[in-house]
Design a protein around this ligand. Structure first.
Ligand code: GDP
Length: 462
């Protein structure tokens, strides 16, 4: 584990050409070390939260760069320690030379996440907030960003604290009763205990349910576009990517016949996979394509199945869609009847018992409104009733989900103990277990291993 109490330094900004970069120092020696290489104000004497223009000098007295030094004194800083941020010019050289100078004067190179670890250890952030910092940096969509920010602001931690204080109250009743067990008094009103336990259980259930959305926000929603060659899959994909100023980044195709691309739609990140056709075939190369398409569909969150309205759904396609219902019952399937522009009258709107969304992918390139029904279906298919969930109640973190699940187990066990009239110590034990699990999320209870695992996810300088 890292040493505490020494002074750490790192470049906090991304490498490469940029207007500015920030080199950050934190620890008891931060002001002394910065002052040792800074020509301008006396950084050891200046007040907290002030910025100073000057030069950083190399160990042999040569100017390295013009900088602005910002001083934050303990405890009012990100880490809670003395912090100096040197804002210099970007590029590969200036920040690196400044960092080397700081190391020369006695700073140590920070490890990944060490600034945030110190902020946690000094009580500036709880563990869930510290993790939200990493999530914010990695956020790939507007909604994921919003959720991370809500967590960083502590609104999620507040929910957990409320849960904990409910459980503590329960625990206090039960334990008080245990203390007086010889005297046959009952402090805890059973009905009240039941109500409190039920409420806690419901809140935990809700948080756990939100993890599905959290996962989708974190990893993106994988949508496979399937259908016969020429149905218009590529045209539809391009239309989807082009709408809503949406292109995030095209992902290089994994195979010659499978194209992946990402787009943000309504705050969610979608990863579209355009597959080869799905028909049974004797051709070996094509059979390989079909196999890959089936694999992709097995891993999909949504399947958009496209067919050409002027051709209709072939019997084997119908059979395939029927089979899918039993093979992947949880997979939402949106059937799109494409090339609506070629039909004079309204098309037949059912494929088997599934509704068909009739549209024209070609027209959608000019008129984004053409895609609106499909976009609505896509968003609804994955978020269902979770879409409107409060950002602070969305669990995005796998570690949190595990602790929440164990806390719920403990609460259920406590409820069962209460029902069966089991002894108070058993009840208290389960309540303590639930408290412990919730405490592990915000970091009241933690181990060095857990901290190492969490903070090694961070980049150096954060
Ligand atoms: P894929 O093989 O399923 O990817 O199909 P493509 O996207 O390559 O489209 C096959 C052909 O259908 C192309 O010539 C497209 O221009 C055409 N096409 C696609 N969508 C539409 C549409 O909505 N209306 C019309 N009229 N043609 C379309």
């Amino acid at each position: 584990m890292r040493q505490r109490g020494d002074t750490i330094a790192a470049i906090a900004t991304a490498r490469g050409r940029a207007a500015l970069a920030i080199v950050r120092l934190s620890g008891p020696e931060a002001c002394r070390i910065a002052a040792a290489c800074f020509r301008g104000a006396d950084l050891q004497a200046v007040p907290s939260h002030t910025a100073h223009f000057g030069y950083v000098l190399s160990p042999d007295g040569e100017p390295i760069d013009q900088v602005v030094a910002t001083v934050f004194r303990t405890p009012r800083s990100y880490t809670g320690e003395d912090v100096v941020e040197l804002t210099c010019h970007g590029g590969d050289l200036a920040p690196q030379l400044i960092l080397e100078t700081l190391l020369h004067h006695g700073a140590r190179l920070a490890e990944p996440g060490e600034f945030t670890l110190r902020a946690f250890l000094n009580g500036k952030l709880d563990l869930a907030q510290a993790e939200a910092v990493a999530d914010l940096i990695h956020a790939g969509s507007t909604r994921a960003h919003r959720v991370s920010l809500a967590h960083l602001q502590g609104r999620y931690s507040e929910q957990l604290q409320r849960l904990r204080s409910d459980l503590l109250e329960l625990c206090a009743y039960v334990e008080l009763e245990l203390d007086f067990s010889d005297e046959d008094v009952e402090f805890a009103d059973r009905a009240q205990l039941e109500a409190l336990l039920d409420r806690t259980g419901r809140l935990l259930d809700e948080l756990l349910r939100s993890y599905r959305l959290g996962e989708l926000l974190r990893d993106g929603v994988r949508v496979v576009i399937g259908g016969r060659p020429n149905a218009g899959k590529s045209t539809l994909l391009n239309a989807l990517l082009g709408q809503d100023r949406a292109i995030v980044s095209p992902v290089p195709g994994t195979t010659r016949d499978q194209i992946e691309a990402e787009a943000e739609i309504e705050g969610l990140r979608f990863r579209f996979v355009d597959t080869a056709g799905l028909r049974a075939t004797a051709d070996e190369i094509e059979a390989e394509g079909v196999r890959r398409a089936q694999q992709a569909i097995a891993a999909a969150e949504v399947l958009v199945y496209v067919f050409d309205l002027t051709v209709g759904l072939a019997p084997d396609e119908q059979a395939y869609l029927t089979r899918l219902r039993t093979e992947q019952p949880a997979l939402p399937v949106i059937v799109v009847g494409n090339k609506r522009d070629l039909l004079d009258s309204a098309p037949e709107l059912l494929a088997l018992d599934r509704p068909v969304l009739a549209l024209s992918a070609r027209r959608a390139r000019e008129d984004a409104a053409e895609l609106q029904p499909l976009v609505r279906e896509l968003v609804a298919a994955v978020t269902a009733d979770l879409g409107s969930m409060d950002d602070s109640a969305v669990v995005m973190n796998q570690r949190h989900r595990q602790h929440l699940a164990r806390a719920r187990e403990a609460v259920q066990a406590a409820r069962a103990a209460l029902d069966q009239g089991l002894s108070g110590d058993l009840l208290a034990l389960e309540l303590r277990r639930a408290l412990h699990e919730l405490g592990a999320i915000t970091g009241e209870i933690t181990t060095e291993d857990v901290l190492d695992q969490i903070f090694s996810r961070f980049c150096i300088g954060k």
